[in-house]
Each structure stands twice: as C-alpha cells, then as structure tokens.
Design a protein around this ligand. Structure first.
Ligand code: IVH
Length: 675
C-alpha cells in the first residue's frame, strides 16, 4: 500500500522535530518544549506510523521504547579493533610518556587533547548514510555483542546524524554510563520493587545495556558520551579536538570537561583540576585520558601490541578497596539513631586511609550479610562516608556469626525502638542517653521550649564536657559561681543565666512536653497533648490507643510518645525536673465533645478579623479540638476570612471549601461548647 505524500512528509517532519527536542533535552540538557507538547508530537507520529506501517523505520524516535526480546545477542566484528589504553598511576609515568612522544616526534612540546576517563562501558556505533545501523559492546576488542536494539533506547544516542558533514560510513566510539543521581534513584526503586540492585553506576549501566529485553533497557536511565571515531573518519580532520567538536555537531553528547593542553605540565594541571572536580561531576570517572591532538602525529606514533602509543590513561587512586572487618560497632547519634559501623583493618581508598565504614542500618547489614571476619569491598565516593559495598563470600572464614542488633542502647542501656515506617532503630532515652545529651539540652533550653536565654551551643558543650550537666534536670542545680567559672562567662552573664534558669521553671504544660524532645512531637502536637490531657501525669500514663484520640495524633506519633514514656530513664528525669521546681499551670483536662462541629476539623485563617486576634482565634479553635493550618488544601474544612482575605479565600472557593466570617466562627465555637 502506498503512503500518501502528505503523511510521509508529516512523519519526516515529526521525527526531525522530536529528535531535535530529544537532543536539546538529553544531550544539551536544555529542554525546548513542555512534556505535554512533546507527548503530543510523539503520539501524532505513533498514530501516523500505525495508520501507515510502511512509514515505520528503525530510526524513528517511536522505536526508542524497545523492540521485542532477543534469545541471545549476536556477535559483531569490529571493523577496526577496540583497543585498550596504557595506564599511568603517578606523575613520573606521565612525564615518561610525554618524553617518549616528544622523542618519537622530534618536537619540543606536544599539544594533547585531555578528557575524563568515563567509568562506564565502551561501545561502538556504526552510521551508514547518517542512520544508526548497529551498535556493539567492546567484547574482546575484535568481536563484541550486538546491542543495537538496546542502544536505540538510549535517548542521548542520535538515531540519525544531525547536519550533513559526516562521512557516508562513520563509526563512533564512546562510553555508555549512568549518572550518579539516576543510579541512586534507580536502585532505590529497584529495592522498593524487591528487584535486583547494583553495586555502582558502572555495573548498573552494564547490566542495563546487556538486557535481552530492550523494553527493560528503555526504562533504565542510560547516558552516553562520544570520545572518538574509527580511523575511517580520519582524513576529514587534522586534530582529535576537531573530531570531538564535529561529533557534538552531529548530535552526540561530548563532555564539556575536554581541553587542549600543552606539554607535561598541562597534562598534570588538567589531572589535578579534574581530580578536584571529580566528586562534583554527575558521573563517575576513574581517571583522565591524554591523546596527542594531531592526527598525523598519532599516525606516526602508531600502536604497540593492543594500545596506542599516542594515548595514555592517567588513573585516579581507586575508590574501592578490599579489607577485613575486625568488628561491628553500633554508634548512637545525636538524635538517638543507631548506626552499625564496620571497624576495618586500615586500607587506602581514594588516597585516604579508611578504618571505619558505615553499614547504615540493621536491614542493610542483614541484606549484605556482613560479619566480623569477612573480607569486604569498601567504597569511598568523594567526601561521602566510606561504606561497605559487598562481602567477598568466597573469603569468609569458617566460623562467623550473623550480626544481631543489640536489644538495648549500647551507650546508655535503655530500650531501643524502630518505628514501622523507618529503617532506623533509635534509643528511646532522649532525656538521659549521653550520646543525645547535648542535643537534648539545647532543645530543652530553646526559645519555644523552656526558653532559657543564654544557654546556647557553647555553654552546653562546656557543661556536658565538664560533666556538670547530664540531663536537663541538672541545669536547675547549677550555681551562679559554677557558671561564672566557665569560659567566656563574666559574673554579669552568669547571673543573667542563673536568673533565666530560675525563670524557666514557670512554664506551660505544652512547652514542657515540647521540651522533652519526643520524636515526632513538635510544638503543635505538644499543644494538642497539653490541651487534651491537661497534666503531665495523664500524658505519661496514656497508652498508644488513648493517645490517638488526640486530634492529629496518628499511630506513628502515638507509638513514639508511648515509647518515650515507657522508658524508665526518661520518667526519672521528668520526676527530677518536677522535684527541681519546674511548674506549669495545671489546667483541667479539656472535656470537648468529640462529636461537636469543631473537633478534628481543619481551619485556615486569612485576613484581619473584626474582634479576635489571630492568636485568640487559633487558641479558641484548638480549645474545641480543631486544628489551624497555614494553607488551604482539599483537607481544609473551613476558611475563616476577615478583611483583605487575598488568595486563600480564592483558593477556598476554587476547592469548594466553606468560607466563614468571624460571626459564623464564633457561632460554631459556641455549638462546640467552647464559647
Ligand atoms: S579512548 C585507542 N577516551 O577506557 C583507545 N577511552 O582503556 C580508545 N574510556 O575501554 C579509547 N573514557 O571504554 C578513550 N575519554 C576516553 C575514555 C575512554 C573511558 C575507556 C574505554 C576503553 C578504556 C581503554
């Protein structure tokens, strides 16, 4: 069946448009259309191709979603072998390389093209008359695997060359890789789906490209950088740097990190510059590559065995190393988080000696099954804390035991708890645990808690380090003379602090609850709890079920509160605080009717009300068991609007939320019994 000329022309136009947008988005990182516009062009092309199957061709962007699965990869013989590079590990080896090159060429200084050494996998792409016809892995250098169908799904690889200057047959060499952030996201998703996760971006890129089902590859965030062409493209250019510029014009991603430098000093300067920037680059590199820039000179130099004489890979110190786990400690952080940490036989990783590596949490240790005595791969990426990547199972000694998380806090012996929705276990003795001391004291004294003016970072450091204060209750036993003896304290400031400490004893129940630093209990929850229970005793003795009666307290928060008060160490500190004279006005527990019109409802206040201040209105709504939020959403029950209400009222109307004036609010509060 013949295809109408208009349809053919439209399909060609759509393909070119879509590929231009792909190029802007995936290669230049500068999107030119909205997702919606892109999708609409894409769908139009799909529909045209469905209506006229004769229009379908392998270089259509619609084919990037992945073809049918293969039984096995075919082999592709490389027209020119894919060689390897000689390595240098120190400056001396680079100087020797430069000297050999100068001598062989008989010149004083040499210009080099310098590039990052991408840590992905090498591939070769063949274009005939501008169209991608095949793509292969390096394999043994002579023969690779035919991964054409998979490579077509990589958006950064042009299916058709841009412009017109390219030779009729062009072979492009480059590296397929995964960006670090994409890798982290993909691994997280894989583990959520209980699918295979990968140790590093290179393995993830290799695993994704070597999928027999191209539809799987299509879902993986693969990227590509071109770094050269085969000899056939030679002739056209005189310098390697020109080749790279041309590749960029033909639509390939070529790294911005490339430079042309002079002599050995230029090479070493480049190496150091990239070394500094390495951690901040979006992709992993394992060194830099130097290539004599002149193609004529490259020819003269030629090859020795399997590597070119005109190029050199200057490697960075390895970021992974193998060592032995000598112990597994459990550290307690400032917030009580328990982190298992592997103690390692010292090993150099990325140029730094490493003796500890994080194991993150119990689930991770179990998943990786790290045991004392194991040989493990440790990895250090940039300034990130070193981590244990995996265990070398074949090296495991005979009698080892699986790691078990301690049942009690290794620092203070208190109960530990792991919330259902969290991977991290925590010590529940926030008020007592030495590991959490400084944090607990700072929070306790903070403005919205007990508001002890002048008790900041520096003082807390000193008080704890000199063992003058262990728990918040100890603050109330401090004498002005003791304070005056601290660094940076004069008599006057010591007296002021002593007065602030004394003053803080008169507080409110809500501030007191907030000051305890219970996980998930912020100011607003503390106020709700105070209002609901009226006294500290009833909060302490409430079980998780009772706690959930409080507006906005769900199971997670309730568990966290109950867990806190269940720990005897915390109760001892609370008793000591009360014994030290901390007092709050003991209000009667509020008896709001839970079926009143305000209980559990969410209000948003906007504009100036005629008689009530914002604080008064908030207080009265809360007294009736309602909640006051800052912004209007579908969850808002009422918007209370005063003068000049602005966008919140408009939003309420748009969402169909009831808008009240002050009189209507007061009426509602009356009905709720909170007049
Ligand atoms: S040029 C004839 N440039 O390094 C040499 N290779 O050891 C052709 N690689 O498998 C290679 N980044 O995958 C070249 N900018 C770069 C590179 C690079 C990474 C890899 C390549 C090859 C290995 C050579």
């Amino acid at each position: 069946m013949t295809v109408p000329a208009v349809a053919r022309a439209r399909a060609a136009a759509l393909r070119s448009l879509i590929e231009q947008h792909n190029h802007s988005y995936y290669v230049l990182d500068r999107p030119t259309v909205s997702d919606a516009e892109y999708d609409s062009l894409f769908r139009e092309l799909q529909q045209l191709e469905q209506a006229h199957p004769a229009l379908l061709s392998a270089d259509s962007p619609t084919q990037r979603v992945g073809a049918a699965p293969l039984a096995a990869f075919a082999e592709i013989r490389h027209a020119t072998p894919m060689l390897s590079l000689n390595n240098a590990f120190d400056d001396g080896e680079v100087a020797a390389f430069d000297q050999r090159v100068r001598e062989a060429l008989g010149v004083e200084t040499v210009e080099y093209a310098a590039e990052p050494k991408f840590d992905g996998l090498a591939i070769s792409l063949v274009y005939v008359d501008g169209v991608l016809v095949s793509g292969a892995t390096r394999g043994d250098g002579n023969t690779g695997e035919d991964v054409t169908a998979n490579l077509r799904t990589v958006r950064a690889i042009p299916l058709r060359l841009h412009g017109s200057g390219a030779p009729a047959r062009l072979e492009v060499r480059g590296e397929v890789l995964m960006f670090k952030a994409d890798f982290a996201r993909m691994n997280a998703r894989q583990s959520e789906l209980a699918e295979k996760t990968f140790a590093n971006p290179r393995n993830a890129a290799a695993g994704s490209l070597r999928q027999l089902d191209p539809r799987v590859t299509a879902t993986r965030p693969l990227k590509f950088f071109a770094y050269g062409t085969d000899a056939a493209a030679g002739g056209v250019f005189t310098r390697h740097s020109q080749t790279l510029d041309a590749l960029a014009e033909w639509g390939f991603p070529v790294t911005q990190e490339r430079r042309v430098v002079k002599g050995c000093n230029g090479l070493l300067e480049y190496y150091r510059e990239i070394g500094v920037r390495r951690a901040g680059l979006p992709f992993d590199i394992d060194g830099v590559v130097y290539k004599v820039d002149s193609l004529a000179a490259q020819n003269t130099l030629g090859f020795v065995s399997r590597a070119p004489r005109f190029a050199l890979a200057h490697k960075f110190p390895a970021e992974e190393a193998v060592t032995v786990v000598e112990g597994i400690d459990v550290q307690v952080g400032r917030t009580g988080a328990l982190t298992p940490v592997a103690r390692l036989a010292a090993v150099t990783v990325g140029g730094v000696s490493v003796t500890n590596a994080t194991l993150h949490n119990e689930d991770e240790v179990r998943r990786k099954d790290v045991r004392v005595g194991d040989s493990v791969v440790v990895r250090r990426a940039g300034d990130v804390i070193p981590e244990v990547v995996r265990v070398l199972a074949e090296k495991r000694p005979r009698s080892t035991a699986a790691f078990v998380m301690p049942q009690r806090c290794p620092v203070c012996g208190s109960a530990i708890r792991k919330a259902e929705d969290e991977a991290i276990a925590r010590c529940t003795a926030g008020l007592y645990c030495p590991a959490q001391r400084k944090q607990a004291l700072l929070h306790f004294a903070s403005r919205r808690a007990l508001d002890i003016e002048g008790l900041g970072d520096r003082l807390v450091e000193q008080l704890v380090d000199r063992d003058l204060v262990r728990t918040p209750a100890d603050i109330y036993a401090l004498k002005a003379e003791t304070l005056a003896a601290l660094d940076r304290m004069a008599e006057k400031s010591a007296a002021n602090l002593a007065a602030a400490i004394k003053k803080s004893k008169q507080t409110t129940l809500a501030r007191f609850i907030y000051a305890l630093g219970i996980r998930n209990v912020g100011e607003s929850t503390a106020q709700d709890l105070a209002r609901y229970f009226g006294g500290i005793d009833s909060v302490q003795s409430a079980d998780a079920e009772t706690l959930q009666q409080v507006p906005d307290v769900g199971p997670v928060v309730a568990q966290s509160i109950a867990g806190f008060f269940a720990e005897p160490h915390n109760r001892t500190v609370i008793d000591a605080l009360l014994a030290a004279g901390v007092r709050f006005e003991q209000r009667e527990a509020l008896k709001v009717s839970t079926d009143g019109p305000v209980y559990g409802k969410t209000f948003v206040l906007t504009g100036a009300l005629p008689t009530l201040t914002r604080d008064e209105a908030t207080q009265r709504i809360r007294d009736c068991g309602g909640k006051v939020a800052g912004s209007v959403s579908k969850k808002t029950d009422y918007v209370v609007a005063g003068a000049d209400p602005g966008s919140k009222q408009a939003k309420a109307i748009e969402l169909g939320v009831t808008v009240l004036d002050e009189a209507a609010l007061i009426e509602l509060l009356k009905q709720a019994g909170g007049a």
